[in-house]
Design a protein around this ligand. Sequence first.
Ligand SMILES: C[S@@+](CC[C@H](N)C(=O)[O-])C[C@H]1O[C@@H](n2cnc3c(N)ncnc32)[C@H](O)[C@@H]1O
Length: 217
Amino acid sequence: MTTWSDRAEAYRESPTHREGPDLDLVVEWCDPGEGVKALDVATGGGHVARRLREEGCVVVTLDPSPGMQADVLAGAESIPFEDGSFDVVVSRIAPHHFEGLEAALAEMARVSKRLVVIEDTLYSSDRHERAEKLRDPTHVRNYTEDEWRASLAGAGLEVERVERFEKTHPLEAWLARTGCEGADAEHVRELLADRMTDDGSAWTDTKIILRARRGDA
Ligand SMILES: C[S@@+](CC[C@H](N)C(=O)[O-])C[C@H]1O[C@@H](n2cnc3c(N)ncnc32)[C@H](O)[C@@H]1O
């Protein structure tokens, strides 16, 4: 997890992580309010946590990378809290880094009393996957909406809302955040050619946001 610690400042400052209509909807779907207990899994730069605290929530952040300075140093696959410890458990733009998605979702469902809210990059093609892995070797996999629905159902969660957002990433900043340069950067550019803006300065992916409820809540 030292890779992520080295990137901590870049993710704290990243405009595409810090703000956007996708972040606004994630926060809204957490049903925030005074005293609502929330767990932000893979908090990274802490943007979801910051916004939920502004709404009065009591937030605990969790991340396995020391540089992210989370409240709890742990991976999503093994969350050190009792069953039903939080009203809502949220994870934004991170599950594509989890080695064990099913284990992570089972843990997130277990420690939630009611809601699990996820935002992640939607699978679009094998070329896109190759580009993501080359740009960032910690990338495991993006998933389709059907895969998300099946995985959440497998964790005992009922999907009640789904939304998609197009997100545009300035290319140079996106490559720089993970230290991707030279021939690798050129190859990434080629692999993403079909998703690039006309002037080649940015590319677009689709984020999926899902709100799911525990079957017994
Ligand atoms: C792109 S950042 C998260 C962005 C952040 N949630 C936001 O909204 O800006 C990805 C984070 O996932 C964390 N991570 C990687 N593997 C993980 C795992 N197995 N469990 C939990 N977090 C993990 C990394 O340490 C990193 O902080």
